[in-house]
Design a protein around this ligand. Structure first.
Ligand SMILES: Nc1ncnc2c1ncn2[C@@H]1O[C@H](COP(=O)(O)OP(=O)(O)OP(=O)(O)O)[C@@H](O)[C@H]1O
Ligand SMILES: [Mg+2]
Length: 279
């Protein structure tokens, strides 16, 4: 019951089986209509099939939500996409390139970046220092670069711009441990942005938040989605309805439905999968 949304660009964008599938030529370069595609993606954990041959397509520039009941395989899919876990079989094509066997750092360098968990933010550093560390990670380990005072200043300017983007500039000098939970998630987004994601993966960005913080994060995600693609796992269906262009529903490791929210949310199979499992 996999559906394709009617408004996904030129008809040819979804057709065909060859390696150039989903690609259209725009301007001078080859820019794919589909930024990410998986074919038959599968993950077994000692015989238990957590992800059972998933075909996922994410359109460039969209906000795509991956939803489904607990244990459906959503986080595992993210771990496969970022190469934190090796796939048992199947392929992952990102920007027209097969990245199924790349190392996690290589995938991230190409712009497929997952938001860091709060545990990856250093609590005893200031907010600004945390973003600076993330920028340094992006720029690599070139020692000479860090020796000049000027390059450190450039780094601080860039870090401040990222903090402004997530509304944290006023707390740049605050020690991270003192931030509220919601503000820590905003910092996490800033450190993710430091890696210049072209496709940003967000795993439950509003998890554990009160209503006010949820509203702020929704507004933030909408703002940050300009000029990039967002793939997010989200349990809060009003957030999904509010933000996403397209959703894919997973259940027990398989794709149950795919399409626009209004359409998919009426699907009897989707409703059934959610009965009794929605928080
Ligand atoms: N490292 C692992 N070893 C064994 N089983 C695992 C492992 N990681 C995940 N699983 C199992 O795979 C299934 C999918 O888990 P996953 O965490 O991907 O689900 P999810 O959709 O993210 O769920 P949730 O909504 O609760 O976060 C679950 O049954 C889980 O127990
Ligand atoms: Mg999960």
């Amino acid at each position: 019951m996999i559906r394709r949304p009617p408004d996904t660009g030129p008809p040819g964008a979804w057709a065909g089986d060859g390696p150039g599938e989903g690609l259209v030529v725009l301007g001078q370069g080859m820019i794919g209509e589909v930024i990410l595609e998986t074919r038959g993606l599968r993950k077994e954990f000692r015989g238990f099939v957590a992800v059972d041959g998933i075909d996922l397509r994410v359109r460039r520039g969209s906000i795509h939500a991956l939803i489904g009941p607990n244990g459906a395989g959503k986080t595992t899919v993210f771990n496969l996409l970022t190469r934190f876990l090796p796939a048992t079989s199947g392929t992952i094509v990102y920007n027209g390139q097969d990245v199924t066997r790349l190392r996690p750092a290589e995938v991230a360098r190409q712009g497929l970046v997952r938001s860091f968990q709060i545990s990856a933010v250093f609590p005893n550093l200031t907010v600004l220092e945390n973003v600076r560390v993330a920028l340094q990670r992006r720029l690599g380990t070139s020692f000479h670069f860090w020796r000049s005072q000027r390059s450190l200043e450039v780094l601080d300017e860039r870090a401040m711009a990222l903090l402004e983007a997530v509304d944290l500039a006023g707390q740049a000098r605050t020690t991270t441990v003192e931030l509220s939970y919601g503000r820590k998630r905003a910092l996490e987004l800033a450190t993710t942005l430091a890696l210049e994601p072209e496709l940003m993966l967000l795993d439950e960005p509003t998890q554990g938040m009160g209503r006010e913080d949820v509203g702020r994060v929704v507004a933030l995600i909408r703002k940050l989605s300009a000029g990039r693609t967002v793939l997010m796992v989200e349990h809060n269906l009003s957030v999904v309805a509010d933000l996403s262009d397209t959703i894919t529903v997973l259940a027990r490791g398989s794709v149950l439905a795919f399409g626009a929210y209004a359409e998919v949310s009426r699907d009897p199979a989707v409703l059934e999968a959610y009965v009794g499992t929605e928080p």
